[in-house]
Design a protein around this ligand. Structure first.
Ligand code: SAH
Length: 563
């Protein structure tokens, strides 16, 4: 079961190594993974021919039936989505994003690290047992390791991408100044103060003397001062950064209470009782959408719909959300296959509006925000995974980006009507072949590996997870190390950077030309399988070749031309 690189063009691989790309673009050897999490280029250069091909590409295939068998879980305890409540949630979360920025500025003098709020939400949900689908209220600890790590990484300043010698010089100065300010204003031991002070003075005097230093000198100097002072500054900032994490968690709890009260009030108006939670039945059954505990009120349709040039605008209470027409049709197809409580489709538009509102609330309101948290594999890869490895389900998806009609997703409450089996960590398959492309959040990826290994250990039925992760090596994330050393690993394969693409997470609303983006990192594919899974869907050379071919962008265009 040793790692096998079936890639046939190793020369090319060396040239475009994701590591060399990361280093040359970031130019800072000590910058952590988090800051480097740029995974795809935003600009694309699609030709008119590509745009034509887009129109014929099959972005989902709901004709593929699933043979997945699961241990039935408990019905979803979240209350049913209602536009009024979802709108309120959107406003509260928007406010929280601003509060987070303000607290980071006030406490640490830094901007909130980009996307760290989103990764915080994803990380918190790993252990949360609370009442709100987005906001964490009952986690096993108050201080999120993801949020802590990302803020502390930017203390005393965020080192941004270094573009030139003068830029490096300026950032080195700023670092020294900020570190100096920190030792003057924070509690540090005498020894730490001495060490930091010495390094700052040494650096500043080097800067004064060295007028002809080259870029590498500056970079080495920057790496050196961060290595020497970093641990002392982290200790100095620990208490205050932990407080930021606690404060955000506290605000989330307060807001979740407000949301729950509002939800109950609306349900009371419709005379709907909230049943007590049920235990999982533990029965084995074919995969199906997660059932809701509480019924949805028959809302009068409060959503207006306007179609303009392939896009549909859905408005509730002057709040408009847009979706490409094809994607609204996709949601309708999913709804018709999965939803059992709304034969007249009366709730369809309110539920679509809530779904769109939810994902935008979750990933952030700005253009391209959250884009790296829901990028999808190319469609021909999904097709190949089905044809070659019997895959019928995605472990990480949404109704908007799923390829198969069965999938796990972050939000059982908004997504179940569109086929979701709920969050992956609360989903217990015993048989089936799965694709997993998790959002790039280290803690979630690690929890995923734990979960898959437990499932593989427990089942005597064929079970297989084909996992796609970015090839980060500086340092290697725990999840990746765990899979490399897993007893269930049958093979690992690298698809080199720049030789494959991802589909935008905003595909459902983005202009057509922004669908595919080149991956600037390598993608590692792990085959985690139990023995019966290996027998049925094992990664033979022939199958792997098909998968690698499916990743080639040229092949995608070629296939689409044939459609
Ligand atoms: N389905 C596509 C895109 C994956 S992007 C593919 O497999 O290539 C990752 C997706 O995981 C996002 O849509 C995100 O909303 C979803 N997600 C986040 N947390 C999740 C969880 N706990 N369980 C299942 N899906 C989750």
């Amino acid at each position: 079961m040793e790692a096998l690189d079936v890639h046939e063009n190793n020369e090319n691989f060396k040239e475009h190594s994701p590591l060399s790309e990361t280093r040359s673009s970031d130019l800072d050897p000590s910058t952590s993974q988090t800051a480097k999490r740029k995974f795809a280029e935003i600009e694309t250069n699609n030709s008119p021919q590509d745009t034509k091909l887009f129109k014929t590409e099959k972005f989902w295939d709901f004709s593929l039936e699933s043979d997945v068998v699961v241990m039935e879980g408990a019905p979803c305890i979240f209350l049913p989505p209602i536009p009024e409540v979802e709108f309120f949630r959107f406003n509260l979360v928007k406010q929280m994003r601003d509060e987070y920025q303000d607290i980071c500025k006030q406490n640490e003098g830094i901007d909130a690290p980009q996307e760290s709020f989103n990764r915080w939400l994803l990380e918190r949900k790993i252990t949360d047992k609370g009442t709100d689908p987005i906001l964490p209220t009952a986690c096993c600890n108050d201080v999120s390791p993801a949020m802590f790590r990302e803020i502390i990484h930017d203390v005393p300043i965020r080192i941004s991408k270094i573009k030139s010698c003068s830029d490096a010089r300026r950032q080195l100065f700023r670092y020294g100044e900020a570190a100096k300010h920190m030792i003057e204003s924070r509690n540090l031991s005498l020894e730490s103060r001495k060490v930091v002070k010495w390094h700052i003075e040494d650096t500043l005097s080097w800067l004064r003397k060295e007028q002809n230093a080259v870029l590498t000198d500056y970079l080495n100097r920057l790496a050196h001062i961060r290595r020497q002072c970093g641990p002392h500054l982290v200790e100095a900032a620990r208490f205050s950064v932990e407080n930021i994490c606690k404060k955000m968690y506290f605000i989330a709890q307060e807001n979740a209470k407000k949301l729950l009260d509002k939800h109950h009030a609306v349900l009371r108006l419709y005379k709907i009782d909230v049943p007590a939670p049920l235990q999982p039945s533990g029965k084995l059954c074919p995969v199906k959408p997660v059932p809701m505990l509480c019924a949805t009120p028959m809302l009068t349709n409060s959503i207006t719909q306007v179609a303009i040039k392939g896009t549909v605008s859905l408005t509730y209470n002057a709040n408009t959300l847009r979706i490409n027409h094809r994607y609204l049709e996709k949601l309708e197809q999913l709804y018709r296959c999965s939803c059992k409580d709304d034969p007249t489709m009366q709730l369809f538009l309110p539920r679509v509006w809530c779904l769109l509102r939810r994902y935008q609330t979750f990933f952030g309101p700005n253009q391209y925000e959250g884009i790296m948290l829901h990028g999808a594999l190319p469609t021909q890869v999904f097709q190949c995974l089905h044809d070659t490895f019997g895959v019928t389900m995605e472990c990480f998806a949404s109704p908007l980006n799923c390829f198969y009609k069965h999938y796990s997703s972050a939000f059982a409450d908004t997504d179940t009507y569109f086929g979701s089996s709920g969050p992956i960590l609360q989903f217990f398959p015993v048989r089936g072949s799965f694709e997993a492309n998790a959002p790039f959040v280290e803690e979630l990826m690690e929890a995923m590996v734990d979960h898959f290994e437990k499932l593989l250990k427990q089942s005597n039925e064929p079970l297989s997870f084909i996992v796609f992760v970015p090839e980060w090596r500086d340092p290697t994330p725990v999840a990746l190390l765990r899979m490399e050393n897993s007893a269930f690993k049958r093979k690992q394969v690298l698809i080199p950077a720049f030789e494959h693409e991802y589909r935008s997470g905003l595909h459902h609303a983005a202009p057509q030309k922004e669908v595919y983006h080149k991956a600037v990192h390598g993608t590692l594919i792990f085959f985690l399988q139990n023995d019966p899974g290996f027998e049925l869907w094992g990664p033979t050379q022939q199958r792997l070749r098909k998968l690698i071919t499916a990743f080639k962008p040229v092949a995608r265009h070629h296939n689409r031309q044939q459609d």
